[in-house]
Design a protein around this ligand. Structure first.
Ligand SMILES: *[C@@H]1O[C@H](CO)[C@@H](O)[C@H](O)[C@H]1NC(C)=O
Ligand SMILES: *[C@@H]1O[C@H](CO)[C@@H](O)[C@H](O)[C@H]1NC(C)=O
Ligand SMILES: *[C@@H]1O[C@H](CO)[C@@H](O)[C@H](O)[C@H]1NC(C)=O
Ligand SMILES: [Cu+2]
Length: 712
């Protein structure tokens, strides 16, 4: 029997995609790979670097917990609380409890590592425990019970078990039979319930929604609409079944997306195979598994159960002096918020927070070589803990590669200076760290791209399957003057429900050191020219405002009131006196327009602004709070920022929310072409002059000549 892909299994476990066929994998005899010392398969077309997880030890204060450390945490927990051995206490997340920033900043290679600690979030007899486990002393040093409202990330076992619960209900079975759906074709997923007030208090609940997978693997396009189930996660009981009557189930034809199974003609000329040449091999080095050195950059990268990918201690070398200069202490997607825009039963609650409710790590399945990442990619695994505390390896979860997309770093050809033929041009080569999470139906591609000119570009691209709604209508003409409010008809009987995606990034900027940064709002203000002074009547003038407190930095973007946002170190001045800084440059974006008293928006209040700046506080990492599942929203970025602490000449954290409104269209069916949006962190008076002035162009001799078999 081929070994089932662990990543796929983990996804099933984690509860969004719960097909019956997986049952025996999960509750059958425990497969050996759950013990976690599985050795990574080197992808056929990647660089050959081998990490033996069974012996791996940490080398850097920020290195994630290793397999051996997870084993140790487990044994400490078993001693701490007998519930962990009896199974009544379950581990929902386990990650390195990062040492204090000052310790990490001072640490140098060769020093002893600061004491290794794990933060464990566990659930036991209806109580949430946030535990700090010290590996050196072998003790639990703190155990905080129910610190806020909300529950831990759901475990895969719970979600899977919840998806089975409706079958305990005669009513549910009758509704399935009445629709003529075979039980063996059912594919039931478990969307999170959000939080909608007192009725849902005191117990963990989840919704179950079913599809038919008859004649397709893309069951997401075949919803069984009108049948909605709510389940108690702990008691494994049906709370309610609502059957609003059958809605025609959309057809299977045209839903398949697997290559070789679908047979859609494309009517386009074939694109010949294409890849990037690196005759001298990659230019980056990976030290001790997580420290990346490339061109003028050094940074630490790791996989994370909740955030998926974390970039730390990004440092760029000064172009004049060669001095390493800190730019960002830590950057990661802090929360993902996807509210659907349909208030009806069965849809109103769909307001997912995928990082805190599910985790972006376990849903980040192994990357597909040559397609997810190019041939020159290097792969890094994720190491996580199961609900019973065992280590598991998520192979090839992050890839790193150099990108040359034919773009230009800088150029000039000289028109007026005619004595010489001056045409200077430099290619743009960048380094990308990529993680892709498949949170149920959606796939999100997270890219951190580093440029030699000091710029960091963060891109989020969305693809995968829409969450669609069944409808009786087959054609927009059938609708007549009735309107389906939920969204456009994108295939027969299929409505693409309108929704938003928001990704809020935590960006702990440390421009030239950790503790002395300020936010400068550079305002472009329109001036009127006094009559008679100039042929011009109006112009823009730059005025600078330093944000004093957090409320000065609750920022909504506007094209008609333009600002640049500079994070500066006022104590470090350039040759001509400008403070050293980095700009945050928003790209395409969408604002959250939900009312602030709407329950999902209370929890999602971290999307009330596109930019925020808060005073650094080690416990303020997750924009929606530590506990998200059914949280009430009392521990969000909005609440922290409203404390209005001083942010001038302090250690400060930038938060940026990137958003999309998504009005689906027919091209999004049956799988969506990728849509992407990004933002940039760009040097602003950080370097004395263009830092890539001295870089060399490419010459013919540097690159081998590849000749096509037959040239035209
Ligand atoms: C509902 O149907 C399933 C599948 O046939 C069956 O296993 C289950 O026992 C049924 N539930 C009830 C309450 O009859
Ligand atoms: C830098 O920040 C520290 C800590 O807030 C403060 O004590 C120090 O005075 C600051 N340095 C300067 C030059 O402002
Ligand atoms: C740090 O954050 C925690 C959680 O939000 C809060 O309880 C604490 O008061 C904060 N400390 C400061 C100095 O703001
Ligand atoms: Cu979407």
């Amino acid at each position: 029997m081929p070994e089932p892909s662990f990543a796929r299994l983990y996804l099933f476990f984690f509860g969004f995609l719960l097909l019956f066929a997986t049952y025996s994998w999960i509750f059958g005899p425990e497969p050996s790979f759950l013990f976690g010392t599985r050795v990574r398969n080197t992808p056929r077309s990647g660089p050959r670097v081998h990490v033996d997880h069974s012996t791996e030890t940490p080398h850097h204060p920020l290195d994630p917990l290793t397999v051996l450390e997870i084993k140790k945490v487990r044994s400490i927990l078993l001693d701490h609380d007998p519930g962990f051995s009896s199974g009544s206490a379950t581990i929902h997340s386990m990650a390195l409890d990062e040492p204090d920033k000052t310790r990490v900043v001072q640490w140098k290679k060769g020093n002893r590592l600061p004491s290794r600690r794990a933060e464990v979030i566990a659930f036991s007899s209806g109580q949430t425990h946030v535990l700090t486990v010290d590996l050196d002393s072998g003790r639990v040093i703190s155990d905080v019970v129910n610190p806020t409202s909300g529950y831990p990330i759901l475990t895969m076992y719970e979600a899977f078990a919840a998806s089975e619960v409706p079958f305990k209900s005669v009513e549910f079975n009758r509704s399935i039979e009445a629709r003529g759906v075979k039980f063996s074709d059912l594919a039931c997923i478990t969307p999170f319930a959000g939080w909608f007030g007192p009725e849902e208090e005191g117990r963990r609940i989840i919704k179950v929604q079913c599809y038919t997978s008859e004649d397709t693997t893309n069951y997401f396009m075949r919803p069984i609409e009108g049948l909605y189930v709510t389940v108690d996660i702990d008691k494994l009981e049906v709370i309610k079944v609502i059957d609003k009557g059958p809605v025609p189930i959309p057809k299977a034809a045209g839903t398949e997306y697997r290559f070789g199974v679908q047979n859609k003609p494309v009517h386009m000329d074939r694109i010949n195979p294409i890849s990037m040449e690196q005759p001298d091999g990659p230019s980056f080095r990976v030290e001790d598994g997580h420290l990346i050195k490339w061109a003028n950059w050094v940074f630490h990268v790791k996989a994370d159960q909740r955030a998926g990918i974390i970039i730390s201690q990004a440092t760029v070398r000064d172009s004049e002096t060669g001095e390493p200069r800190s730019v960002m202490y830590k950057g990661f997607p802090s929360e993902l918020f996807v509210p659907y825009m349909d208030p009806e039963e069965g849809w109103y609650y769909k307001t997912y927070m995928d990082a805190g409710e599910l985790g972006l790590g376990p849903t980040a399945m192994s990357l597909v070589p040559l397609n997810d990442c190019p041939r020159n990619a290097y792969y890094i695994d994720g190491v996580f803990a199961t609900p019973d505390g065992k280590a598991i390896v998520q192979p090839n979860m992050i890839c790193l590669f150099e990108r040359y997309a034919g773009d230009i770093s800088w150029r000039h050809s000289e028109l007026f200076f005619t004595n010489a033929d001056i045409r200077e041009s430099r290619p743009k080569v960048t380094l990308v760290a990529r993680m892709i999470t498949s949170v149920g139906n959606y796939d999100y591609i997270f890219d951190w791209e580093f440029q030699t000119d000091g710029l960091i570009r963060v891109t989020v691209a969305a693809t995968g399957m829409l969450m669609v709604k069944g409808t009786p209508y087959e054609n927009v003409d059938d609708l007549g003057d009735k309107e389906d409010n939920a969204g456009p008809l994108i295939s027969e009987n299929v409505i693409g429900v309108v929704h938003d995606h928001f990704i809020t990034f935590h960006l702990d900027m440390d421009i030239d050191g950790p503790s002395n940064n300020s936010l400068v709002k550079v305002h472009l203000e329109k001036q009127r020219v006094p009559t008679g002074k100039s042929p011009r009547k109006s112009y823009l003038k730059v005025k600078k405002y330093v944000a004093k407190t957090e409320k000065d930095a609750q920022i909504k973007l506007s094209l008609y009131d333009p600002y640049e946002f500079h994070i500066v170190n006022p104590n470090r001045r350039s040759r001509v006196g400008n403070p050293s800084g980095y700009r945050i440059i928003p790209g395409g974006n969408a604002a959250n327009l939900l009312d602030h008293d709407d329950p999902p928006q209370i929890r999602g209040a971290f999307t009330n602004n596109q930019i925020w700046m808060t005073q650094y506080n080690r416990s303020e990492q997750y924009a929606g709070g530590v506990l998200i599942y059914q949280s009430h929203g009392e521990d969000t970025l909005q609440v922290w920022s409203d404390r209005d602490r001083s942010i001038e000449n302090k250690d400060i954290v930038l938060w940026y929310t990137l958003g999309f409104h998504h009005v689906p269209c027919q091209e999004d069916y049956p799988v969506m072409p990728t849509v992407a949006a990004s933002f940039e962190l760009k040097p602003a008076n950080f370097f004395e002059s263009n830092p890539v002035l001295g870089m060399a162009p490419f010459f013919d001799k540097d690159l081998p000549v590849c000749r096509p078999v037959a040239s035209s």
